[in-house]
Structure formats: C-alpha cells, structure tokens
Design a binder for this molecule. Structure first.
Ligand SMILES: Nc1ncnc2c1ncn2[C@@H]1O[C@H](COP(=O)(O)OP(=O)(O)OP(=O)(O)O)[C@@H](O)[C@H]1O
Ligand SMILES: [Mg+2]
Length: 433
C-alpha cells in the first residue's frame, strides 16, 4: 500500500474540488484500501502488472463479488508507477460527470491538467478540444499513467465510451487503462484483442483455488479438512464473496463440515448477498425466468419458454448470459447457473411460491420427455411427486424398447419409428397393444 499512499494528494486538495459546478467526491477517486485479511494473489496481480506493461487496455470481468476490485486494488497498492482511480456509478453516464472525475483523478495522481482543459463536454459529443487536449497531454507523459475505471459496466452512454476509446487509442504509451466490469464493457474489445492490445482476466481466472480458499479461511482463524475445503471450493466455484462470507460464519460454527453442507440457509449472509446484489436488481420478468428455470440442472432457451410459458424467456436467457457471469453459456442455446446462484434461486422459489414447485417439475418432466431425455423426465416427475406421470413415462419407454426388439419386422414399425417424438409418446405402438 505504501507506493499507492505516496501517490495521494495532500489533504488540502483532497477535499471537494469543484469542476463544472459538480462537486468531486474524494471517495470516488480513491483506490480502496486493501484490508489486512485480504489474501495476496500474485498470479492475478502479476497478470494485471504484465497487462499494464504491454497493453493499453486490461479488462477484469466477473460477477458481483468475484474479487475484481480487490484484485486491482492489490495491484495498485504495489504499483510504483502512477495510478489514477475512478470508481464509477450510474450518475457518471452524464459525460460532464465522467470527464470531471477522470480529470480530478489524473490531477490527484500527479498529472498537471491545465485549468484551460476544464471545458468538459456536457452533452454527448465527438472528439472536441477538451478530448484532444487531454489525450495530447497524456501522450506527452514520460512516465506512463494507469487509469483504473472501476465498475465500467455502469457506463453506457455511447458518446462517453467513444471518447474513452479515442483517448486510449491516441495517448500511446502515456496511458494504460484498467477496467473492472460485471460484463464485457461496451468498448470495441475485438479491435484491441486482434491487435494484441488487450489483457483479459475473467471470472474463471478470478476464482479462488482450494489453496487460496484455505488461506482466506486461515485469515479468519478457520481450517478445514482437505475434503471439506474441496467441497467448499467446489460449491462456491471459487467465488470470492461467497468464500469470505462462509469464512466469516464458519469461525462461529461448532461443526464446520455440517456448515458447508448447509451453506445456504434462508437467513444466511450468503443468501442475502446473492438476493440483494444479483436477483433483486433484475426486472420482474427476468426474475420470473430465473426463479422458474432454477429447478433445471441445465437450462435451455426452449426449456425456459416451456417452464415460464413466456415466448420472450429465450431472449432473456441469452441476454443474461452476456451480462451476468452467474449465467454461463454451455452450448448454443444452453446455459448453466453458478452453483450457489442456482441454490439461492431454488430456495427463493420455495419460499415465495411453494405452490409452483411441483407444477414446474411436471412441466420440466414433459419437456424432457418430449425431447427424448427419459431419465431427466422421470427425475422431474418424481420431484413433483407425480408418480402416475413417472410410471407412465417408464412404461411408454419400455413399450418403445419392446417395439425396437419385437416389432422390427412389423409393417408399421418403420412408420412408428419415424414418428416425431411427441406423437410417438402419445400413441401406443400399434403392434404392442
Ligand atoms: N483477495 C481476497 N482476499 C480475501 N477476500 C477477498 C479477496 N478478493 C475478494 N474478496 C472478498 O470478496 C468480496 C468481493 O470482492 P470485490 O469487491 O473485489 O468484488 P467485485 O468483483 O469487485 O464485485 P462487484 O461487481 O460487486 O464490484 C470482498 O469484499 C471480499 O470480502
Ligand atoms: Mg467491485
């Protein structure tokens, strides 16, 4: 932290400075402190350091609580070169606000931005005098400066993003940008990628290994057996916030092994975090798709439409997979939910709509049956406690099996085999009755 603290401006200038009439909040241009309990992760800080050495743009993406900000704060704390930090929020979508904070952060990190460069655009604008001036100033720096933009997913105003891209492309080696974002930022990443000018650190990279999780637990005075540690890392999929919340509760728990088995309970800190940060920020129709599909192990666009009865559900899933790393694409049209996220959704479904659980399982059973996944179909019928449905599915399947064996020579066999699955399910094989 020492190098980072040295970059801080003297206290007098750390109070609010006014640009374009908007007060600047110091908290938004200050890198967060790295707490003593934070686990050092050299494999990640090393990649950020490497990225900022060679690439104009380093992008750290992952879901809420993946450890993006912490990773970049740790790198910034150890960084000898100048670092300017801007923590974004939804109000920074006004170009005037965004650029005011960038200028304030640059000044704070030691760049002498002249007063004449305060003509910050108030409206979405193209390349104007302000942007040209700022870019030229950065391009002329002998020592490179790194601008960290924390939570860039909140910046959606096209003019501002265009301006940022312009500055990044033209400031040369004078400027490096590191962004954290819950989804791919709306910058032309493909262009940077293909030019070898982009470093990407994603959710998989940020995931804690079992060894890192063990260090995190140790910081909270807990140790686990190798099996329990493995199970905790697997269930959380190395999700930083999940591990830390578990570590905080684990210390007080008399039976750590049991605690990990039960990790998610109605009132656990983990559930509250996931509900507040991930579920409740979704619009009602997205929330509905998530809750309804949570009973599936793997979710497909078709399945989502089937379970919700909403033709838009497929689009909702595709958009979630782009914007929310708790929903991960598996194959075209297929998705999986992060383990803990899925568990939270199922728990919420049971609590909010207990009467819907069996109905959803029945729908899932019929959908799987129609698509020929008998084992899944029967499993869902059983979960719905709909034994007649489960039994009928098994009997139908046996009948079709028999058809294959006994009826191969029957004149109707070829016709029956060629039937679409839904008809074949509905109609008994003609020579088995
Ligand atoms: N290296 C670490 N050591 C210990 N705990 C960590 C570490 N990294 C992350 N955490 C835990 O995970 C929490 C979330 O981390 P962080 O705030 O960096 O997530 P984020 O990905 O930036 O989330 P958001 O998208 O909400 O901004 C931290 O508050 C901390 O409890
Ligand atoms: Mg963050």
């Amino acid at each position: 932290m020492a190098a980072y603290a040295a970059n801080r401006a003297p206290t007098s200038t750390r109070r609010s400075t006014v640009l374009m009439g908007d007060p600047i909040l110091t908290s938004k241009i200050t890198a967060p402190d790295v707490p003593a309990w934070a686990v050092q992760r050299p494999r990640i800080t090393g990649r950020i350091a490497e990225g900022t050495r060679w690439c104009p743009l380093t992008v750290v993406t992952g879901p809420a609580g993946a450890g993006k900000t912490m990773a970049v704060a740790m790198w910034a704390a150890a960084e000898a070169d100048r670092v300017a930090w801007v923590c974004l929020d939804e109000f920074d979508n006004r170009p005037g606000a965004f650029w005011s904070y960038v200028v304030a952060a640059l000044r704070r990190s030691g760049i002498a931005v002249p007063k004449t460069l305060q003509a910050i655009p108030q409206e979405p604008a193209g390349v104007d005098g302000f942007l040209l001036g700022l870019t030229a100033l950065l391009a002329a720096q002998d020592l490179p400066l790194t601008l960290v933009l924390d939570d860039l997913h909140l910046l959606t105003e096209p003019g501002t993003l265009k301006g940022l891209d312009f500055m990044l492309r033209n400031a040369g080696s004078g400027l490096r940008v590191v962004v954290t974002s819950r989804m791919d930022p709306l910058l032309p990443l493909h262009r940077y990628r293909v030019a070898g000018q982009l470093t990407e650190i994603r959710a998989d990279d940020l995931a804690f290994s079992a060894a890192e999780a063990s260090l995190l637990l140790a910081q909270h005075g807990s140790t686990l057996t190798a099996d329990s540690l493995e199970s905790l890392t697997q269930r959380t999929e190395g999700w930083a916030a999940g591990l830390r919340l578990a570590a905080m509760s684990l210390g007080a728990h008399p039976d750590p092994g049991q605690f990990i088995k039960e990790l998610l309970t109605e009132d656990s800190a983990l559930i509250c975090y996931l509900v507040d940060e991930v579920l409740n920020v979704q619009p009602p129709e997205v929330r509905e798709v998530l809750l309804s599909t949570s009973i599936l192990e793997h979710v497909s666009a078709d399945g989502a439409v089937e379970l919700t009865g909403d033709g838009h559900a497929a689009g909702v899933l595709a958009s979630l997979a782009r914007t929310n790393a708790f929903v991960q694409p598996l194959a075209p049209g297929w998705y999986r939910y992060h383990n803990l996220f899925a568990e939270m959704l199922r728990l919420k479904l049971r609590l909010e709509h207990p009467e819907r659980v069996a109905v959803l399982h029945q729908r899932a059973a019929r959908w799987h049956q129609r698509d020929g996944r008998l084992a899944d179909a029967v499993r869902h019928a059983a979960k719905a406690a709909d034994w007649p449905l489960a039994a009928a599915m098994v009997v139908d399947e046996l009948a079709i099996g028999e058809l294959a064996e006994r009826g191969a020579g029957h004149p109707l066999a070829a016709e029956f085999a060629a039937m679409p699955a839904d008809r074949a399910w509905a109609e008994p094989a003609p020579y088995l009755v």
